[in-house]
Ligand binder design. Structure first.
Ligand code: URA
Length: 243
């Protein structure tokens, strides 16, 4: 997904790699509205706006939209600085560069979208579009109706060293296992604060043992094995992007 600006320019047919470097040095290229003169600059193809001579350079790449059922143990990133397994490693057979749409923690499984369509990614991740995400959490102990009410009405969590009250959520108990002293609850939220569901469960003093995102909007991973992916249908893409 990321590549050096001079490589991008050369691939776009603007000039040879060496001449493209010259254009960058001369301040002829803008990235997201700003002149870039640094040669090592990396750009996110399909996301960054790259301009030369007042024209926006767009790689005509087929738009790809994928639903992955992420297993635990994979990092939601394109390249991991510690060389851990990433969700991209699971996309065998795909030879376009995709980026994850939002993220799931390393130890959360379930629905994760990936795409190379910047507009789609912005739409799906923008909080104003309020796309519902459905999580199933297995927690230690017995969740009470009072806990559920608290989660529904919003609880205080810590976000970037500040207290944040979560927005109203849909929450229900799926199962209480008295023998194992576990509860399974379903939480539907349309926000995406860092580790939000885990923090919400902590706010009701419940430790999360397992967390799975079963749905994004109406798109469900129940028919996909963990670690497998499929293309989104046209209707699914529309369901996430319609105004
Ligand atoms: N909430 C979490 O706590 N973790 C995730 O991966 C997603 C939502």
């Amino acid at each position: 997904m990321e590549e050096r600006l001079q490589k991008f320019l050369a691939e776009m047919g603007i000039a040879s790699r060496r001449k493209s470097e010259e254009l960058i040095r001369l301040g002829k290229i803008k990235v997201n509205g700003k002149v870039v003169t640094e040669l090592g600059t990396k750009v996110r193809v399909g996301l960054d706006k790259i301009e030369y001579n007042g024209k926006i350079l767009e790689k005509k790449e087929e738009k790809v939209y994928i639903l992955l059922n992420k297993p635990i143990g994979y990092v939601t990133t394109v390249k991991d600085q510690f060389n851990r397994n990433t969700v991209i490693d699971l996309l065998k057979g795909i030879n376009v560069r995709l980026v994850p749409v939002g993220r799931l923690d390393m130890y959360t499984s379930g629905a994760l979208l990936l795409s190379n369509d910047g507009d789609f990614i912005n739409k799906v991740t923008h909080p104003k579009n309020e796309i519902e995400k459905t999580y199933n959490a297995t927690v230690v102990g017995k969740v009470t109706e009072q806990d559920i009410e608290m989660l529904k009405n919003g609880v205080e969590i810590c976000e970037n060293d500040k207290i944040y009250k979560t927005k109203k959520a849909k929450v229900k108990i799926l199962k209480i296992d008295n023998e194992k002293n576990l509860s399974r609850i379903q939480i539907v939220i349309h926000e995406g604060k860092n580790r939000q569901v885990r923090k919400m469960c902590e706010a009701i003093n419940k430790k999360v043992l397992a967390l799975h995102r079963s749905k994004i909007g109406e798109i469900d991973v129940k028919d996909l094995q963990l670690g497998k992916w499929r293309y989104l249908t046209k209707n699914e893409i529309l369901s996430l992007t319609k105004e």
